[in-house]
Design a protein around this ligand. Structure first.
Ligand SMILES: [Zn+2]
Length: 177
């Protein structure tokens, strides 16, 4: 969902308030098209125009807005990652962490990052695989796959995974039930 025509008019009025340059229908049409192509949102576009005149102030076109929106999105993503890394580091430094790099642990860390960034999760077919036992971690039918903590005071504990092992999906697809 991109900006409406009224929103584009609103954005252009803000620009006109700064530079006094009148904009007409051709500008509205061109900016509407750019907004759709580049996936702007209304609040982002307003912020980008205000930022432009606060920090730059030269002639403004749609590409300037797109670049500022992308820079803001990148900065927000870097901030989220930095926050996640800081949390992971704190966990490691607390001595409470499982330091092993086995595939299940790597998978759970990647899942945490994916959740934080709002990425699409694995396809639903993995959930159907819960119907069969897991050949990898021996989870019983209906039980989630799990990884075993290998070190630290929680060694030997099972931690449920939100995904299933690939070999379990394979077993399910092979009708092994
Ligand atoms: Zn498993």
């Amino acid at each position: 969902m991109s900006l409406t025509q009224n929103e584009i008019v609103g954005v252009l009025k803000v620009a006109t308030a700064y530079d006094g340059r009148q904009r007409g229908e051709a500008d509205v049409a061109a900016w509407l098209d750019s907004a759709a192509r580049a996936g702007w949102t209304y609040p982002e576009a307003l912020e980008a125009v205000k930022d432009h005149f606060a920090f730059d102030g030269s002639w403004i076109g749609p590409a300037v807005v797109t670049k500022r929106i992308q820079a803001r999105r990148d900065a927000a993503e870097r901030a989220r990652l930095a926050e996640l890394c800081a949390a992971k580091r704190a966990e490691l430094e607390s001595g409470d962490a499982d330091h092993t790099a086995d595939p299940d642990r790597v998978r759970s860390v990647v899942e945490a990052v994916a959740d934080r960034l709002g990425w699409q999760r694995k396809p639903k077919r993995t959930h159907a695989a819960l119907a069969v036992a897991c050949p990898h971690c021996q989870a019983a039918p209906g039980r989630p796959c799990a990884r075993v903590i290998r070190r630290g005071h929680r060694a030997g504990e099972f931690v449920p995974l939100s995904t299933v092992h690939d070999s379990r999906v394979g077993a399910f697809q092979n009708g092994d039930r």
